[in-house]
Design a protein around this ligand. Structure first.
Ligand code: SF4
Ligand code: F3S
Length: 85
């Protein structure tokens, strides 16, 4: 699965949600908890590894799971935790 990392925090551009073919990036701007969210997350169980979201993000926050920079390695687990709730 793809992973959204630190650069999304404070940006939440949301362009990624518009290009994802399986709508697995949450919360989207039309979801109630969007304003309170610190960043968006990709549901690892739904992501089909299509790569479309990577170019859509203006701050390069999205990475293939095996290419997440070392300093942001915790973000894959954060996504798992987010969708477990
Ligand atoms: Fe959606 Fe594709 Fe990005 Fe996965 S890689 S979150 S399926 S756009
Ligand atoms: Fe965040 Fe980039 Fe999507 S800033 S909301 S990962 S387009």
């Amino acid at each position: 699965a793809y992973v959204i990392a630190e650069p999304c925090i404070g940006t939440k551009d949301s362009s990624c949600t518009e290009v994802c073919p399986v709508d697995c990036i949450h919360p989207t701007p039309d979801e109630p908890d969007y304003d309170a969210a610190t960043q968006l997350f990709i549901d690892p169980d739904e992501c089909i590894d299509c790569d479309a979201c990577v170019e859509a993000c203006p701050v390069d926050a999205i990475f293939a799971e095996d290419q997440v920079p070392e300093e942001w390695s915790a973000f894959a687990e954060k996504a798992v935790t987010y969708f477990a709730n």
